[in-house]
Design a binder for this molecule. Structure first.
Ligand SMILES: [Zn+2]
Length: 142
């Protein structure tokens, strides 16, 4: 996903597919998430996500056209009432002597307020998913 579009969708809670307002009900805004090696023990609670939310029609279409979503054992659809801006994801550069820079290998997830943000070329805004409610995908598609 293009970084500008990702940021626009995440910041304004727009659907990552169609850019219309994401689905929201009394349980919150609709997101997809997967458990990763970075996931907290409380997953999906307090999961960090760089995947913007979705509207219901695009979520249903994604589930139908991308069957590996639901076959992935750690896939979950969820709602969160308060997706909190957490930080940024990207490539971390460290200044070296002589005006040179060292690009750290691997992905960097840097929390807002962390001084390392000054050396980050951000590719995505990251939100923390809290107070989550799991969504039954069969009900979503109904
Ligand atoms: Zn959509």
């Amino acid at each position: 996903m293009h970084p500008r579009r990702q940021y626009e969708c995440m910041l304004n809670l727009l659907c990552q597919v169609c850019r219309e307002p994401a689905s929201e009900n009394e349980d919150g805004v609709l997101f997809f998430d997967w458990r990763t090696k970075r996931s907290p023990a409380t997953w999906p609670e307090r999961s960090l996500s760089k995947m913007p939310p979705l509207c219901e029609p695009c979520a249903v279409r994604s589930l139908a056209e991308c069957p590996h979503l639901v076959s992935e054992p750690t896939f979950v659809a969820l709602r969160t009432p308060d997706p909190r801006a957490w930080g940024a994801y990207g490539c971390f550069y460290q200044p070296l002597r002589g005006g040179r820079w060292y690009c750290h290998p691997g992905d960097a997830w840097v929390k807002y307020g962390d001084m390392r943000l000054h050396g980050l070329i951000a590719a995505a805004m990251v939100v923390e998913l809290t107070d989550v409610t799991r969504v039954n995908v069969e009900e979503l598609a109904a």
